[in-house]
Write a protein that binds this ligand. Structure first.
Ligand SMILES: [Zn+2]
Length: 405
């Protein structure tokens, strides 16, 4: 029996988009970081024009498309990114559809299989339609599932002219995977009162409680002297660095924390007896707790300076991004609307803490509050990525509901 899809064109789009290689490149200094991201952007531009919309791609590769709607209603923004991660190749992606998944192990190729025991995201998916890779590439569901879902709702309202909708605005960004997705974001050009990134996995999620993020760089200069004559004089920079890390304690570390617990993570340590440098990332959902963690670094540095006055201990800190929950608490319209739509559709809403950041967090502090929604794609950034078409269609239902007038 032929499978009936609710949004067949959106699935077709998804299968087309994933075949277009759009990996970003962190070594590049341009925006977009790779020209090939235009291969998808230009296709999206063409498709939006065919649907009767007026998209524009700016000099940084961002595609904005504003659509007028029923007057007096807020403009809702929808955003996803066209680039894919670089952990595995995104060239020659060969998506394969598995209809009526039997719940067992999926053989991707001669070397790679995935089982529900190994990948919990495959559990409870018996009977669903999945899209998987051939085991050689990533799938790119992050975030082409988001792109295709947004195109799905754009097509839906273009084809249902009789259905009133809100004014809405679409944004396709570049270079999200290399941390530059919000660099050129312009809230004015976007023109949304609030927005949603469609860039998660589980369709139940309305995520807006992300980390506050900072980094700390420590530079230590020791005192070198012939070890045979070192008593009372030598200060070993490598030992001091190790001591610093020990003094931070063992509780606030990524491997010891979960949920809304913050951490200090030593990303790199380079050390000789003469000098040492350490790079930490510091995270907490609560801004005040993050401040306390950063203060602890200063305290330790001060303590060590007192104990080793001939050594030099320099410390610089910087804020990387902030928790958008702060903004959502001030203006909860985005989350309230999403919860209302979920309820109408009979979908239970989950608001899990995000143990990371999102482009929407940066948008929120650049003038447009932007929680994150799911896409129905899982196991991102590798060969075991897959899309649940059933969930993907639910996401489109949700987006249609968000724009409904
Ligand atoms: Zn993503």
């Amino acid at each position: 029996m032929e499978k009936i899809y609710k949004y067949p064109e959106a699935l077709k789009d998804f299968l087309t988009y994933v075949r277009i290689d759009t990996q970003s490149d962190e070594t590049s200094l341009t925006s977009p970081s790779t020209k090939k991201q235009y291969d998808l952007l230009h296709l999206l531009e063409k498709q939006l024009k065919e649907l009767g919309y007026a998209p524009e791609i700016n000099e940084y590769g961002l595609l904005y498309c504003r659509v007028p709607g029923k007057e007096g209603l807020e403009t809702v923004g929808l955003c996803s990114h066209v680039d894919t991660a670089s952990e595995l190749t995104g060239k020659n992606v060969k998506p394969r559809i598995i209809e009526d998944y039997d719940g067992g192990t999926i053989k991707l190729n001669e070397h790679y299989s995935m089982s529900p025991a190994e990948f919990p995201s495959l559990r409870n998916r018996r009977g669903q339609t999945l899209v998987v890779t051939d085991g050689n590439t990533l799938l790119g569901g992050d975030d082409k599932a988001g792109v295709a879902a947004i195109m799905g709702v754009a097509r839906y309202y273009a084809e249902h002219k009789d259905l009133p909708h809100r004014p809405f605005s679409i944004l396709f960004t570049v270079d999200e995977e290399i941390g530059r997705g919000a660099d050129h974001f312009d809230a004015k050009a976007f023109g949304a009162d609030f927005a949603y990134t469609v860039d998660g996995d589980d369709y139940h999620d309305i995520a807006y409680d992300n980390f506050n993020a900072a980094h700390v760089d420590i530079k230590i200069k020791g005192v070198t002297i012939h070890p045979g004559e070192a008593k009372g004089k030598l200060v070993n920079a490598a030992s001091l660095a190790s001591r610093f890390d020990t003094m931070l304690g063992y509780d606030l570390r990524p491997e010891k924390t979960e949920g809304r617990e913050g951490f200090n993570h030593l990303v790199s340590l380079k050390a000789t007896g003469e000098e040492a440098s350490m790079h930490y990332i510091v995270r907490n959902h609560e801004a005040t707790l993050l401040k306390q963690q950063l203060a602890k670094f200063e305290e330790i540095a001060e303590e060590l300076r007192k104990e080793f006055p001939t050594a030099e201990i320099g410390l610089t800190t910087g804020i990387d991004y902030r928790n958008m929950k702060e903004k959502v608490d001030e203006d909860p319209r985005s989350v309230e609307l999403a919860k209302k739509v979920f309820k109408e559709l009979g979908i239970e809403a989950h608001c899990p803490p995000i143990r990371g950041g999102t482009d929407g967090a940066n948008f929120s502090f650049k003038g447009c509050i932007t929680p994150n929604l799911g896409t129905g794609s899982y196991n991102h950034h590798g060969r075991f990525e897959f899309l649940s078409v059933d969930e993907f269609e639910k996401i489109i239902d949700i987006l249609v509901g968000l724009l409904k007038a």
